[in-house]
Design a protein around this ligand. Structure first.
Ligand code: ACO
Length: 376
């Protein structure tokens, strides 16, 4: 084979029952359900169950999952102490990566790769990762972590643990939908990373730590924080054109724009934009959302004819900003949702494993004679 699939573009690395994307139509389907339906009618917990089981839960199954998440949400002492040590030195995504490894290190069943244990691990990580990020943010603000509440859903609990204040109904809804939108996305870079690690039969915790490290990069999940920085730097409508021209002139990319699969607007961006309009009605930070809309319109004219449209990260930045969330938590929030998709793919991977081991085409020197160091 002499062909190289750079970036593995167009290559099927596995089959999945979890997610189908039509990048030309802008369709995103989780196990047969359209993302628009799930965003409107479902909850994050239902979507988590769907991804782990490829069917929606009945009432009892949903209650059982919620009860398990409630039980698992508190952190073990060693993890909380670790966060207290880490926050002054370590950014949130890396804290999450380290915390996941430590949660795995103290789980006596971490190397049990049977499906029932893996399912528990998936739900445990979903529960605990939100608590890790909330505790991190509280501690760096000089506040004590807030205990989770059993009467709140997962997204609402995250907001509660972050602020210690009762979230509004709108904030709860928006965070729940944001979690649903970020839960799964077929074979993206971080999911592939989890799959590669899992394919060696390393455990689920290490596979997820790999995925978190991959999501961090600005070409993937890190783009939402980068969008925040772009819009923040632009500040006023009159600066949009010079800012974008200078950026493109330097050969740089506009963050939150473009996608390997979508060659039309990402449906998740459509839904987040709608939510953005609702949040903007009462937000003191609506200028930021309004400026994002103007930037979007400017880019649509500027990039006309090219398949470059807003992706999920473009509007998540303004929605989170209007909810009062700090920009370096945007990518961790992505991870708090995507943990469900990552673990669902790992369930598929472990059930039918084959080591991921592609080739590289050698193009280095051939048949060289070894020169002893004294002669070099
Ligand atoms: N701004 C300006 N130009 C762009 C952008 C962008 N955001 N994205 C792609 N292009 C241009 C490239 O410069 C290239 O132009 P050329 O053919 O004239 O050289 C062309 O579009 C194709 O680019 P590729 O890099 O081949 O496209 P690819 O499919 O690899 O890119 C990617 C996908 C990495 C997401 C890209 O669009 C990008 O860098 N976007 C900005 C980062 C971003 O928002 N990432 C989040 C993606 S969503 C997610 O991961 C959750």
């Amino acid at each position: 084979m002499t062909e190289i699939a750079r970036g593995l573009e167009g290559i099927n690395v596995t089959a999945t029952k979890l997610c189908r994307i039509d990048g030309l139509k802008g369709e995103l389907i989780y196990s047969g359900y359209n993302i628009y339906d799930l965003a409107e009618k479902s909850s994050f917990e239902e979507v988590a169950f769907l991804l782990w089981n490829q069917r929606l839960p009945n009432k009892q199954e949903l209650d059982d999952l919620k009860a398990f998440l409630n039980k698992e949400r508190p952190l073990d002492g060693v993890v909380e102490r670790l966060i207290r040590e880490l926050w002054p030195h370590v950014r949130p995504m890396r804290t999450l990566e380290i915390a996941v490894e430590v949660i795995g290190a103290i789980d006596p069943d971490s190397s049990d790769l049977t499906q029932p244990t893996l399912r528990k691990t998936a739900a445990r990580l979903t529960a605990k990762m939100a608590t890790v990020i909330a505790a991190y943010d509280r501690l760096r603000n000089g506040k004590e972590p807030v205990a989770p509440r059993d009467d709140l859903g997962h997204a609402a609990n995250f907001l509660w643990m972050l602020t210690g204040e009762e979230p509004t109904e709108l904030a709860k809804h928006v965070m729940d939908v944001a979690f649903i939108l970020h839960a799964e996305h077929e074979m993206n870079a971080s999911t592939f990373s989890a799959m590669v690690t899992g394919s060696t039969l390393s455990d689920m915790y290490s596979s997820i730590a790999s995925a978190i490290g991959t999501l961090k990069g600005p070409l993937h999940g890190g783009a939402n924080e980068a969008v925040f920085k772009t819009v923040d730097a632009i500040k006023e409508e009159k600066n949009i054109a010079p800012h974008v021209e200078a950026l493109l002139g330097r050969g740089e990319r506009v963050m939150g724009i473009g996608h390997r699969i979508y060659k039309t607007t990402d449906p998740r961006a459509v839904i987040l934009e709608r939510l953005g309009h609702q949040v903007a009605e009462t937000s003191p930070d609506r200028w930021y959302f309004d400026l994002s809309l103007k930037l979007r319109d400017y880019l649509a004219r500027k990039l006309e004819g090219k398949p470059l449209y807003p992706n999920v990260d473009f509007f998540s930045a303004s929605v989170y900003r209007m909810l009062g969330i700090k920009s370096d938590l945007y990518t961790p929030i992505f991870a708090l949702a995507r943990i469900t998709g990552w673990t669902a793919h790992l369930l598929e991977q472990y059930a039918d494993n084959r080591l991921v081991r592609p080739n590289a085409l050698y193009e280095g020197a051939a048949n060289r004679e070894y020169t002893p160091i004294a002669n070099r």
